[in-house]
Design a protein around this ligand. Sequence first.
Ligand code: PLP
Length: 493
Amino acid sequence: MTASETNSPGAEKRGAEEPGAGDPGAEEPGAGSAAWELLLPAAAAPARARGRALQAALREAVRSGRLASGTRLPSSRDLAADLGVSRGLITEAYEQLTAEGYLRSGRGAGTWVGGAVRSAPPRARDLAPRSPGTRADFVPGTPDLSLFPRAAWATAQRGVLAELPHADLGYPDPRGLPRLRTALAELLARRRGVVADPERLVIVSGVAQATTLLGFALHARGLRSVGVEDPGSPQHNALYAAAGVTTVPVPLDAEGLALDPLRASGVRSIVTTPAHQYPTGIAYSARRRAELLDWARSMDGYVLEDDYDGDFRYDRAPVGALQGLDPERVAYTGSVSKSLAPGLRLGWLLVPQALADEVVERKRTMDLGHPTLDQALFARFVERGDYDRQLRRCQRAYRERRDALVAALEEYFPGARVSGIAAGLHVIAVLPKRYGPEADFHARVTAAGVAVRLLSECAHAPGDHDDVRLVLGYAHLSPARIREGVRLMAAAA
Ligand SMILES: Cc1ncc(COP(=O)(O)O)c(C=O)c1O
C-alpha cells in the first residue's frame, strides 16, 4: 500500500491498526491525505536540509494533531516513494521522532503516532467570571453588552485605521495618546465637573489598574495602609495588596464614610465611591464631601475617588465629582466598564501633582502604555459625540430597568424596601424578616437557579441582622427578564 492509499479519505480506517490500539481509551486515527501533503514542502527542501525539514514537518504534524495519536505511518519505502525522497531520510526521521517520543514502533513491523507526546494541542480554559446555568442572573457589575454600539464602533475603527499616523503605532506616552487625554479632559470636565488637566490624566486598563497604580504611588510616599468603605467593593483589597498596601475597613453612616471611625482608623488616605456608594447606593451628602476633604488636608493624605457609575443618575442631574472641589487632594478614576463594556479594559486616572510622577513611572514599567489603536478609536468616539450618545442610550434603558425591578419587587415581595438613590446599575433590596435567615434564603434561590449577591458579601464582617439584604444588578436584563427573575426568586423564597 502506498502512503497516499494508507491515509486517503476513503481508505480503511483501522485496516492497519496497531495491536491494542482499539482499546476504549485509544484515540481514533485522524490523519487525512493532507497529513502527508504537509510533508511535501519539506521533501522539496534543498538536499542538505531535507532530512531536518522532514523531521520538523513530521514533528509539527504530530504536535498539532494533524497526525492523530494511533495513526499508523506508511512504510518508509512507501512514504519515500510518495514524497520522492530517499528511503534513508524517512528511516532516519522515523528513528529520530521515535527517540523523541513522537512516534513509537509497534510489535513487529510498523511505526505509529503516539507515545510520550500528546498529539492534540491543549485547549485554553475560559475562567471569565460568569453565572452559568442560571435562570435569572442578578449579580451586579455588568452593563447590557447588547447595547454595545457595534456600528458606530466599526465606523470609528475604520476611520482611525485610515487616519492614524504611522508614528502613533509606536510606543506611546505612558500616560496615553495626547488626543485621547485632550478629548477625555473635556468630557470629564463637562459631564463630571472634574478639574481635568490633560497632563495629569493617565489612560489605564480600568479602575482596577488605576487602583493598583495608586497603591504603588501611596506606597512610594511611605503609606502602608489605606481606608476602604465598609461595605465596599471586594476587589479593592486584593488590588491594594498587590502594591503592598493593606486596606482598613471604615464603616458608613447615612451621609457617607463615618468620620469618627475614619479619624480613629490611623489611615491617611481613603477610597470612596461618593456619587453612588458601592454597594449601599447612597450618595454622599454635601457636608460629608467637604468634611472628607478637610480630613484629607489635615492628614496630608488623599481621597481616592472611584466614579465607577457616576454618569447614571435617574432622579436628577448627576452630582459632580469630589475631585472638582480639590484636585490636589483627590485622585479620580473611572472607566467605560459600565457604559460600553468591561471587556474593553479602558479607563482613566486623574492624579494630584504630588502623585503624578510615580503613577506615570509605574504605568510605564507595568505595560509601557495602553494599546494605541484602542486609544485613538476611543478618542474619535468621544470627539464625535458618540460616547455622549451611548451614555444617553444607556441612561434611558437602565432607568426603565430599574423601574421594572422596583415594580416587580413591590409585586412579588410585599414589604420589601429598596434603598439608595435612583442611580447606577444596581439596587439594594431589603426583604422583610420572614424571608430570612439570609443564608437560607440565598441557598433556596440559588438552588432555583437565581443568582443574587448578598450585601453581607461586600461587608468586612458579615454581622447580625434579621432581614435579607440583596445587591441586585439589573442593567444587563430586559424588563421582562427582570420581572420573570423576581417571580422565580419569590417562588423559591
Ligand atoms: C466599585 C467598582 N469600581 C470599579 C469597577 C470597575 O472596574 P474596572 O473599571 O476595572 O472594570 C467595579 C466593577 O464592577 C466596581 O464594582
